[in-house]
Structures are given as C-alpha cells and as structure tokens.
Write a protein that binds this ligand. Structure first.
Ligand code: NAI
Length: 708
C-alpha cells in the first residue's frame, strides 16, 4: 500500500501505491494504513520531516464510492469519520513538517488529505487537477474539506469551490493559496525535501497557531447578512431545497466558521453522515457516477469486435441537427462531409461551427488556430461523390420517409462495403427506414438532441436487422465524439421522446382538471425539472403538438388513443388561438421586455377547481408518470438496462439527477411503496397510473432494479 523510506538527511518519504488498482482511492482500510505509516514517521526520532507522494499517475483519485453507496448506518459513518478526523489531527499536531508532493489529480478525499498536511507543492504536469467534487455526487467533503479550505483561503473563495465541485488547475490552486509552489515534474520529490531541509516547511497548521483568524475574516454578523444570507437564498432559488448535500455544505461552512477546528470537524462529520445516507446522495452516486461511467466506457457494447476508428463521417442535411452533428464530429478530430441540396445550404451548415467556435473563443476556451483547424475538417458539398471513403454516414434531412429513402440510396451508391448508414430521425422507426438500405444489418439510428453541441446524449437505436457489429462500431463513434450513448430498441418515439412527452402531457392534463397552472409549473420545478411543462409546451409550440397529433390520427385511424394532453392542445389551438411563444403566446403572455406571466384566459376553458391539490401530490404525480413511462419502455423491450433508462431520462429530457433517473426513482422510493402510491393515483387520475405488470412481477419475486 505504501512505500516507506528514510534518507540520509532524516527525511521520510511515504509513497501511496495501492496494489491491484489503477488509482489510489480512499476507504476505511486505506485510511487506516495511511495513519499507521504516518504515525510511524512521527514516532521515529530519526525523522525530521515527511514527504507524501504517489506512485500512480494521479495523486489520490478520491473516495471509494462503492463503499459509500453501500452504507446506510449513520452511526457507522460517524465512527468512520471519527477515525479519519482523529488520524488527520494527529498528523497536523505531530510537530513534524509534512509536505504533499502532488504529481497528478488530487480530488475529493485526495485533496482533503493534502489540506491536512502542512505544505503542498505540485509538479508542473498539465494534467494536475485539484478539487472537491463531492457536491456533484450529492455528497459533501467529509474529511475536513469544508473546514480546512475556508481556513486556508477564506470563506468567500472556498464556498463556491465546494458548492460547485469545480476542479482547478495547479495554476489556479497556486493563485488561491492552496498550493505553496509549482515545480518541474522531474524535481518534485527533491523540491519537497528541500523545503524541509531548508527550513521553509511549516510544521503547524495556520488554524493551530495562536490567534488564528480566517483569511479575510471569519463569519461575523456582517458576513452573515452580506454573504451567507444571499448564498442560502440563491441555493434555494436554484434547487428549491431538494438537494440536501448542497444545503448541508453551506451549513457546515457557516457553523464551522464560528468555532475552533476540532468542533468544526465534528460538525462536518455529523452533516456528512446525515448526507451520505440520503436517497439523493445514493441516487446521484449510482447514476451520476456508476451508470454514467458504464455508459462512457461502453459497458453495453457487444463483445468480440475490435474498436473502430472513424476518420471520415458524412452528414446528410446541413440543417439545425446536421450542422450540430458536423460540429461535434469535427471537434473530435474527425473529417466531415456536410451535404445539402445546394452549396449555399451546406455552407450555411458549416457556418454554424464557426459561430460555436467564436463563442468559445470569446470565453477564452478555444483559440483562432483551433477554430481554423476544426473548420478545415468540414467539407460542405452538394455532390454525393464527396462521401466516398466515409466510415459512417448520418442522415439528418427533413422528417420525410420518402426523402430519407432517396438520400440513403444516393449515399450508399458511393460508400464502401463496410460503411455504416444511420439516421437521426426523431420519430420514424429505424426498421422501416432500413428497408431503403442495401444492407439493413449495417443500418442504425443515431438520435441526437438539440442543441447538439451542448446535449451529451445519443440514443443508439437498434433496428430489427441491425447487426451487433454495427451497434458496437456505432457506439465507438459516439464515444469518439465524447457523447454518452444509451442503447434503445426500435419503437415509435424511441425512449427519450416518450419520457419527455409523458412529463409534458401530465402537466396539460392537470390544467384540464382545473388545477392552477402556477401550481403545475411550481410542482415540476419542485420535482427538479429544469422548467415546467407549460413553459416547455409554449417553447415547443402548441402548434407543433397539434400537428403531430393530427398526423398520428391520420396514420393510426381508429387505433389513435388521445394522450392526456390531447384535449388541452386542441383547445389551445382550435378555440383559444394560443399556439405557443413564437406565435404570440400560449400558456404565458410574453411582454416586450422579456418578462412573462401566466395567461389568465385559460380559466375560460378550464375553470379553476374549487379544491386545489396539495403541492406534494402534484410533485409526486409529475415525477411518477415519467417513471411509469420508463417502465413501459422496459416492459416492451425498448430498453433492456435500467441504467440506460436513468441516463436517458437525465440527459435526454432533464429528469433530475438527485432522483437518480426515471428508474432509480422507483428503486429509491421502494418497489412496494411505489406500486401502492401508483394504485392510489390510478384511482384519482386514470388508468395511466396503473402499475405495469413488470413492476408487480418484480415485487412479487422480491426483485429490484439495482443491488444498492
Ligand atoms: P432542418 O429543417 O433544420 O434541416 C434539414 C436539412 O435537410 C435542411 O438543411 C435541408 O436543406 C436538408 N435537406 C432537405 N432535403 C435534402 C436533400 N434531398 N438532400 C440533402 N439535404 C436535404 O431539420 P432538423 O431539425 O435539422 O431535423 C433533421 C432531422 O433530425 C429530422 O429527421 C428530425 O426529425 C431529426 N431530429 C430533429 C431534432 C430537433 O430537435 N429538431 C432532434 C432530433 C432529431
């Protein structure tokens, strides 16, 4: 676990070197071993000071999340925390200088270990990242981070770092005073030793010095009103208090700043234990870390096919989607042929990439040279011959079956045998589109989301004939452009569109029952949705919702079943003339100054019910209907893995991470409870809340979607 040596000058070097793992990670066992070796150095009279280093690429990658996901005993967590705090305090007060020699990422508990040493230097290696990302996992730093960082650099700069979990470069950390120095990579250990030998290393932490005060002041009454009060208000406004981890971070910093370090660490320990066991933390760790990692590493990729490298990709249709796909592909270093009906349209599509890059340059994230290189990779054209040599072609022309068939044939006429043909259709089943292809086994759906450059998700849609090899290679492409894939079987609306629609339609159904639209919108926000369903519908436009339903009615004839939002959409368009934001207004009136207010006229069509439901009931209704749709998709075989359902819901339509995604929400509530609550709602709101057979079967057999 540790390589320990003492040199001729009496300097001990402790090197973290966890066996059988790519990175050093923290758990009760590694903490215990760390304290043991640190104590050995403190107790050895021959040792003057200690350098702490790592044999891995990273310094310490962070906490072992598997062990955190498994805990549910608060007292157990408190006990573990006590051991950590006591061990770290022994090092701080041991009288010998400790220097962290940071060679790579020090994240979460890794940075907290460094903060618990008296001195910190880092190498000039560009890969260095320092940060406390616990907040992004629904947690809070529990090894002293919320107390030592504010004491080291001040409450004001420390708070946003802990609340956002943002990682810093070594330069940023040096400027903030987290690092003492940055030194050349090759001389890192020697520089750390020199600090000790030359007497420049501290052996007492600032907070253990007599008369210590916080840099720029501790929390006094002025700070309470000018800093903490607005922070609390802003956090509440942003999260509606549905993320206990974030709230507890602020509490830790605030209360901890009023007391001495030992009491402060005890405060943090209590908040940490209370946070780890919350469903919000577990949901975020399960989905935000494990499922997301599985998707990014292509855990769902069929085995037995070599990874495919993409060098040239064709995009048919340079409209909104095609232009975005071209940008994301070129940004990954892949050459793109962007084809449209004429050169002007193709050029316009390419210009979109220039616009995105200009925005990035303004923010200082990209350079002119990077923009030029990216643009050089995109070849606009109206000539199919240019597609020759493409490994993959993505079709993104108008949503028209005949047109899609036509461009597919034209493209395939110039493509090599091994090339993959794909469609970005949002509604047309892939199996049907594949009929136009010369080889349906090499045809697949790649469903991107708008705006493509910002949205991380790609639904990879497997048609009836799509081969496992085509799926494997398509996943390689999605990974190459650094997006997150979920694998979906062919069906109308695939998965994300269905889930999204269930959310919006429930909001419309509530309006039709005479529920106050403000209550509907607020309930959705309370669930954690980015915006309410009525806001979304106004943006998408009632007009479009109307057209889509009309088309489906024509397609399906008598088999058409009106969805819960049908009535409101038809009323808004046909009777009220409220066709959406871009048509002058919908559920909201939009003022010239950019403000908006709910349109009172809705009451003329749907009179306000005398008895308004409780907010909590509305919240549950909006949250659960989305889970039910995900279960239907699993039941129908559209989805085969609950992790895909969770990630698709979060990245596809904004389902909140703290609920873990549409399926994790059920796991988190508990299957029997979820079923019982849905039965109650089915009585009140209709058949759509009836628990699907899959859930009942799982409950009977005592099964669950996840182990933890
Ligand atoms: P768009 O109307 O912005 O772009 C379509 C482009 O195809 C236009 O530039 C048009 O000139 C071009 N085009 C039409 N006929 C062509 C032909 N014969 N040869 C070459 N190019 C031709 O449409 P948008 O929004 O980009 O949608 C494209 C596809 O992506 C559709 O299938 C749509 O369902 C799907 N989609 C759309 C999403 C969205 O949010 N708009 C999301 C996901 C998928």
């Amino acid at each position: 676990m540790f390589d320990y040596s003492v040199d001729a000058n009496g300097i001990a070097t402790i090197v973290w070197n966890q066996p059988d793992r790519a990175a050093n990670v923290l758990n009760p066992a590694t903490f215990a071993a760390w304290f043991e070796v640190a104590n050995k150095a403190i107790a050895d009279d021959a040792v003057k000071g200690v350098v702490v280093a790592s044999a891995k690429k990273d310094f310490i990658a962070g906490g072992d999340l598997e062990s955190l996901l498994a805990v549910d005993d608060i007292l157990d967590v408190m006990e573990r925390g006590h051991i950590v705090n006591a061990g770290m305090r022994r090092i701080e007060k041991g009288g010998k200088p400790f220097v962290a020699a940071i060679n790579g990422a020090a994240l979460g508990g890794g940075l907290e270990i460094c903060l618990g040493l008296h001195n910190r230097i880092a190498s000039d290696n560009a890969g260095i990242k320092l940060g406390l990302p616990e907040a992004t996992l629904g947690l809070l730093p529990g090894a002293g981070g919320t107390q030592r960082l504010p004491r080291l650099i001040g409450i004001k700069p420390a708070t946003p770092l802990i609340l956002t979990g943002k990682a810093m470069s070594a330069d940023e950390a040096l400027k903030l005073g987290i690092l003492d120095a940055i030194v050349p990579e090759a001389g890192l250990i020697d520089a750390a030793k020199a600090m000790i030998l030359e007497g420049r290393a501290r052996s007492v932490q600032p907070w253990d010095e007599r008369g210590f005060t916080f840099p720029a002041g501790a929390s006094d009454i002025k700070m309470d009103t000018t800093f903490f009060a607005p922070q609390i208000a802003a956090l509440h406004g942003r999260t509606l208090d549905n993320q206990p981890g974030l709230r507890n971070i602020l509490s830790c910093i605030y209360h901890g700043s009023k007391v001495d370090i030992d009491t402060a660490l005890l405060i943090e320990r209590r908040y940490f234990a209370a946070t780890v066991v919350t469903p919000e933390a577990k949901n975020t760790i399960r989905t935000g870390f494990f499922s997301m990692q599985n998707a990014r590493k292509l855990g769902m990729r069929p085995e037995g096919f070599e990874t495919k490298t993409f060098t040239k990709v064709g995009v048919l249709g340079a409209g909104m989607m095609g232009a975005g796909i071209a940008y994301s592909t070129a940004a990954a270093g892949i050459d793109v042929v962007l084809l449209d009906r004429d050169m002007a349209a193709a050029e316009k599509g390419k210009a979109y990439s220039a616009k995105v890059m200009d925005g990035q340059i303004r923010k200082g994230r990209k350079t002119e040279a990077q923009k030029d290189a990216l643009l050089a990779r995109i070849t606009p054209t109206d000539d199919y011959a240019t597609l020759a040599g493409c490994d993959l072609v993505i079709e993104a022309v108008f949503e028209d079956r005949g047109l899609k068939a036509d461009v597919t044939r034209k493209a395939e006429a110039v493509l090599g045998e091994g090339a993959i043909m794909s469609s970005n259709t949002s509604t047309l089943p892939i199996t049907g589109l594949a009929e136009a292809s010369r080889d349906a086994t090499r045809f697949i759906g790649l469903h991107f989301f708008s705006p493509v450059d910002k949205m991380q998700l790609v639904e990879v849609i497997v048609g009836k004939e799509t081969s496992p090899e085509t799926l494997a290679h398509s996943l390689d492409y999605v990974a190459a452009i650094r997006k997150v894939p979920v694998v979906v079987n062919d069906s109308r609306g695939f998965y994300a569109t269905r889930g999204f629609r269930s959310f919006v339609a429930e909001g419309l159904a509530m309006v039709s029952e005479g529920i106050n639209p403000a209550l509907v919108e607020n309930a959705a926000r309370q669930v954690g949705m980015p915006v309410g369903p009525l806001t979304v519908q106004d943006e998408v436009s009632q007009e479009l919702g109307y057209k889509v339903r009309k088309q489906t009615m024509t397609d399906l004839g008598n088999a058409y079943e009106p969805d819960p939002g049908h009535d409101v959409i038809f009323t808004m368009v046909e009777k009220a003339g409220r066709k959406g934001r871009k048509h002058g207004g919908g559920f909201y009136n939009y003022a010239e100054d950019g403000t908006k207010s709910l349109w009172p006229g809705i009451e003329d069509y749907y009179p306000r019910a005398d008895q308004q439901p409780e907010l909590a009931e509305c919240v549950k209704r909006i949250a659960y209907i989305q889970s039910l749709e995900a279960v239907h998709c699993m039941e129908e075989g559209v989805l085969t893995d609950p992790r895909d359902a969770d990630i698709g819901s979060i990245l596809g339509w904004g389902f909140p991470m703290h609920r873990g995604g549409a399926i994790s929400q059920i796991h988190s509530v508990g299957l029997p409870t979820f079923i019982a609550e849905c039965e109650e709602m089915a009585k009140k709101y209709g058949q759509r809340f009836e628990p699907p057979a899959l859930l009942r079967q799982m409950a009977e057999k005592g099964e669950s979607f996840y182990a933890a």
